[in-house]
Design a protein around this ligand. Structure first.
Ligand SMILES: [Zn+2]
Length: 663
């Protein structure tokens, strides 16, 4: 059994189920009345002070010149002599380069011999993971993810890392290394990479497969995607990069080892240890030990499940439970899970095959991921096992499995439509077994509960992870983290990937095995960490990490001001007041017109409408018929006074939009 809130890390990629720009959850908050500051007046977008949040990704063209030392994928690593001094990268045949030997810890002065690590996202939230390493004129990124919007961000699809810091430094970016194919690690790529000089993007096959697929939604920008293997080594300016195989809920997840002139920095990506994984080998403990023995300056580690005791459950154990459920089920089995959990999906497909059932997949991103995994040979399916979702009725109930997205109660996802009877092909019948093979992302509890209510009402057998072990997270728990720390033996530990409290929990794990507290850096997004001559410190320097919102096709064009308008509209609606005035005198020509949207139903509130009209007449009474009317003044007056009037009458603060027309 797993505690209810273990889900964090899979959230973004999971809810990314719908994929692309339309995929974000949309929440319209129902806020209490108490918010705000007295009667809210005004209402025209832009009429209020514009604070912070500039669009981060500069729209101007970027210099295309790339430095001569181009990063390229390496040949499979061969053992490197430990004692030889580090050579500078030299080109090999076929334009390849190889890391010759372990880097030496140079000891030199301050100034430019400084390694800066800046985590641009993922230190204050789950998602938007993005880490920047900078040494001299060389910059590399590890991951460039998206974050799904909070409840108070209506209409926002997702949020991407802020790249203001890179302005003027675009030509220094040597590459973007991607740890795995989840949206909270790749989601910013289509928006950011083309604007920072199109540096190469490195990832293992499943990762690059998903990045390429997603790029089809952004045909304008052609990326330079380099598929690598876990044994490859890269030379990216001053950085020499290798990889270590770790386990996660998706194949081809790696940890990244960056040898810098100051020392070695290891970034775990999302990880867990799985001794019996279903899609790959256990994590490469040998390599971790080896790297640890050679000395690790800093380890950056996933915090998602750091607050939980014990070891993460193996994916295979979950499989055993799922297999049992499938074998025992008399009728149809409908399994809701995250599209991002390819390892789980693979198992479910295999079990259907074993059980002589056909399997239909519903959910765009789930289907896409299965296609990618099939093409790469990660999922092997006999012909005829996978059927189209509209063929489910062609088979007896006990010969069918439906696997779909929507286990978080997402409104438009397959499981919700099945439950509500809106699904075009799958109608729920008593005796169906519905399995929630995912934990509930904090914040989604109520929707999931309602979804379960509907399923129970319709006679389905509902199984979720609190009843049986049908979900294991892809993230390390306490004891796993301890083992990781003991293998790498880092001098400094930098908890990443999680809300602040999760970083603190992760830090606690590190202190519990003897890492001094002062060597653990719990930083905020954008806080610069500096390493000089093998010593690290958290500085007070902070780069801009303000939200960059993606809404439909717009990137960074939705500012805090626009968002606040949306919040206000969502909370209290709007009132449009149209007044015709005499162009010469300013006198009201006819009775003002009032339109309400989301505030009150005007037909049912005739009295209030009449009172408002009377009020408008008073406001617009012309005290100075000899002078021409002042539009701005009149509009402001309507906003202020009608706003205040409606607040006293209703305790609501609709956005008041005056339209004054001179005739
Ligand atoms: Zn992940």
């Amino acid at each position: 059994m797993e505690p209810i809130n273990n889900a964090g890390g899979n959230a973004p990629s999971g809810t990314g189920g719908q994929g692309g720009g339309q995929g974000g959850r949309r929440h319209f908050p129902h806020r209490g009345r108490g918010r705000g500051h007295g009667p809210r007046v005004g209402g025209q977008p832009g009429s209020r002070p514009l604070n912070q949040s500039r669009p981060a990704v500069p729209g101007r063209p970027i210099q295309s010149a790339r430095p001569s030392l181009q990063p390229r994928p390496m040949q499979p690593s061969r053992p490197v002599p430990q004692s030889r001094p580090m050579q500078s990268a030299r080109p090999l045949q076929h334009g390849r380069q190889v890391l010759q030997a372990k880097p030496q810890m140079r000891s030199f002065g301050t100034g430019k011999d400084k390694l800066r690590i800046i985590v641009m996202g993922g230190l204050e939230e789950v998602g938007r993971n993005c880490t920047l390493l900078e040494y001299g004129n060389d910059i590399i990124f590890i991951d460039m993810g998206l974050q799904f919007p909070e409840e108070d961000m209506p209409g926002i699809d997702y949020i991407i890392p802020n790249m203001s810091y890179l302005r003027g430094k675009e030509r220094n970016v040597r590459g973007v290394i991607v740890t795995h194919g989840h949206y909270d690690h790749i989601g910013g790529i289509p928006h950011i990479v083309p604007k920072i000089g199109n540096p190469p993007v490195f990832g293992l096959p499943v990762t690059t497969g998903i990045i390429k697929k997603r790029q089809e939604d952004h045909p304008g920008a052609k990326l330079n995607i380099k598929e690598i293997s876990v044994d490859d080594q890269l030379v990216l300016g001053a950085f020499q990069v290798e990889f270590v195989h770790i386990n996660h809920s998706i194949p081809d997840a790696v940890g990244v080892i960056v040898h810098t002139p100051i020392g070695t920095v290891v970034h775990t990506g999302d990880w867990k240890f799985d001794f019996t994984p279903v899609d790959n080998k256990p994590a490469d403990f040998q390599k971790m030990t080896d790297i640890g023995r050679r000395g690790v300056l800093a380890l950056m580690g996933d915090s998602t499940n750091a607050g939980q005791p014990g070891h993460q459950v193996s994916e295979r154990e979950i499989g055993n439970t799922l297999r049992m459920i499938i074998e025992k089920a008399q009728g149809r089995v409908i399994i809701g899970t995250f599209a991002s959990m390819l390892s789980r999906i693979k198992q479910i497909i295999e079990f259907s095959q074993e059980n002589g059932r056909k399997i239909a997949i519903d959910g765009f991103s789930m289907k896409t991921n299965v296609e990618i995994a099939k093409a790469l040979g990660y999922i092997k399916v006999k012909p005829g096992t996978l059927i189209d979702i509209n063929q489910v009725d062609d088979y007896p109930l006990d010969k069918v499995i439906v696997m779909c997205t929507g286990a978080q109660g997402e409104e438009r996802a397959a499981l919700m439509r099945i439950a509500n009877g809106d699904h075009r092909s799958v109608k729920l019948v008593p005796g169906d077994t519905v399995v929630f093979s995912s934990s509930v992302i904090p914040g989604n509890e109520r929707t999931v509960q309602r979804l379960k209510d509907t399923l129970y009402r319709k006679g389905a057998e509902v199984i979720h992870y609190q009843m049986m072990d049908v979900h294991a997270g892809g993230h390390a728990k306490n004891e796993d983290i301890k083992l990781m720390l003991l293998l790498f033996k880092p001098k400094y530990y930098i908890p990443i990937e999680g809300n602040h409290f999760l970083l603190c929990e992760n830090a606690k794990v590190a202190t519990s095995i003897g890492i001094p507290r002062e060597n653990i850096f719990v930083a905020d997004n954008g806080q610069v960490l500096e390493f000089i001559r093998g010593e690290g410190r958290m500085t007070n320097e902070k780069v801009n990490t303000d939200y960059v919102f993606v809404d439909g096709l717009g990137v960074g064009d939705v500012s805090e001001v626009v968002l606040r308008d949306r919040q206000e509209l969502a909370a209290d609606g709007m009132v449009i007041v149209t007044a015709l005035i005499d162009a010469k005198t300013g006198a009201l020509v006819s009775i003002p017109d009032i339109i309400s949207r989301g505030f009150i139903h005007t037909q049912d509130n005739k009295k209030l409408m009449d009172e408002t009209r009377e009020r408008l007449k008073t406001i617009l009474r012309d005290h100075d018929p000899k002078s021409a009317p002042d539009q701005t003044f009149i509009q402001g007056k309507i906003r202020d006074e009608i706003g205040a009037f409606l607040f006293t009458k209703t305790q609501r603060r609709p956005m008041v939009m005056p339209v004054v027309i001179e005739v």
